[in-house]
Design a protein. Structure first.
Length: 371
């Protein structure tokens, strides 16, 4: 009868509504000289989700275990290729991620997370968000401005040569160091970045898997406030050459031109110079709602953020020097079940680097600056 039909309809609507509100898991990879609980990056996002989307499952990747037993050390020393392979296997085995998840990477972790998306078959990654990631590599290496055995070990390895076999097997930052004055060495001896950027153009699956994303979000810091140099590496530029004038884009080696044409590629400027001052309301409104399926029931109005000296006063899409389309927003995809957090083992550095490190010394964060 009519009453039965109404009850049935309401039940069906409830099921549909419930399907659309199931939280989509978020997987995060922290940056260099940080760990899986870093308060200014992965910890910042986890706290936001705890407050505004408490049912959203979160995995913060950790590579702590084995010889070093320190996630922070593993963020500086080891093999990028091995770390990406282990994380790939970890995520493939997690059946709770099979229906899809969002991926976030901070600086180095953003580059590594992109490598996971490109190399890892069968992952249902929906949105990939990178913060200040060195997608085209670094033209200058960080220097130590405070006592840190980890940073000192990197500097000692650099002294052996950035593209030496020891440096390339043990120091992560050197595996995406791009010295344009030594291009042939970079292409032949750098073990990670040339492949990830499909320099040889022989891995079409990299473009295919990136194009399977609903959104690829490149977040850059305000002018002159980047952690890595050159700053335009955050948006696939390099030393003043914007993305759309690079062979990666023109030849569409990673499918970025195709993604841009489809409205899937987004260029966003962060609201503050760096992580410790990132604005949570900016994050929710600019990143969380459009790309991470965060709920819209938040306090309004948002307070106005004062201009950042020397930077952009407000978040803005595609500022100079990187030409890019006005960021668009793609509707959130169908959610997925909750994952169970897991950990990956850390790589073991060679005896050369281990001899430079006092493992028993308390871990201290290095303060990074550029000459």
């Amino acid at each position: 009868d009519k009453m039965f039909a109404i009850v049935l309809l309401l039940s069906l609507l409830s099921l549909v509504d419930g399907a659309h509100t199931t939280p989509v898991p978020i997987v995060m990879w922290h940056g260099m000289d940080a760990d899986s609980s870093d308060a200014s990056t992965v910890g910042f996002v986890r706290q936001l989700l705890r407050e505004h989307a408490p049912s959203t499952p979160v995995i913060s990747l950790s590579l702590a275990s084995g010889v070093l037993d320190s996630d922070l050390v593993a963020s500086v020393l080891g093999s990028a290729n091995e770390q990406v392979t282990r994380v790939c296997a970890q995520l493939q085995k997690n059946t709770a991620l099979a229906s899809g998840f969002h991926a976030i990477g901070f600086d180095q972790g953003g580059l590594f997370m992109r490598a996971v998306v490109q190399r890892c078959a069968g992952l249902a990654v929906r949105s990939l968000v990178t913060f200040g990631a060195p997608h085209r590599g670094l033209s200058r290496l960080p220097t130590c401005t405070a006592e840190s055995y980890v940073c000192d070990a990197v500097q000692d390895a650099v002294a052996l040569g950035e593209y030496s076999s020891t440096a390339q097997s043990d120091v992560l930052v050197l595996q995406y160091f791009h010295d344009v004055h030594r291009q042939s060495e970079y292409e032949s001896q750098c073990v990670f970045l040339p492949d990830v950027n499909n320099l040889a153009g022989n891995k079409p699956e990299y473009a295919t898997r990136l194009n399977a994303l609903d959104n690829f979000v490149l977040v850059g810091w305000p002018r002159d406030q980047a952690t890595f140099q050159p700053q335009d590496t955050e948006w696939f530029g390099f030393d003043g050459t914007p993305l759309n004038r690079t062979s990666i884009y023109v030849d569409d080696r990673l499918g970025l031109r195709t993604m841009q044409d489809a409205g899937k590629l987004h260029f966003i400027t962060a609201s503050a110079p760096h992580y410790p001052t990132m604005d949570e309301q900016w994050f929710i409104r600019t990143i969380g709602r459009p790309f991470l399926d965060m709920p819209s029931q938040l306090p309004t109005p948002f307070p106005t953020r004062p201009p950042t000296p020397g930077g952009d006063p407000t978040p803005a899409p595609a500022p100079t020097p990187q030409p890019a389309p006005t960021p668009t927003q793609t509707p959130a995809p169908t959610p997925s079940p909750a994952p169970t957090p897991t950990q990956s083992p850390a790589p073991t550095p060679s005896p050369v680097l281990l001899s430079l490190i006092h493992i028993s010394e308390p871990t201290r964060h290095a303060q990074i600056s550029y000459a």
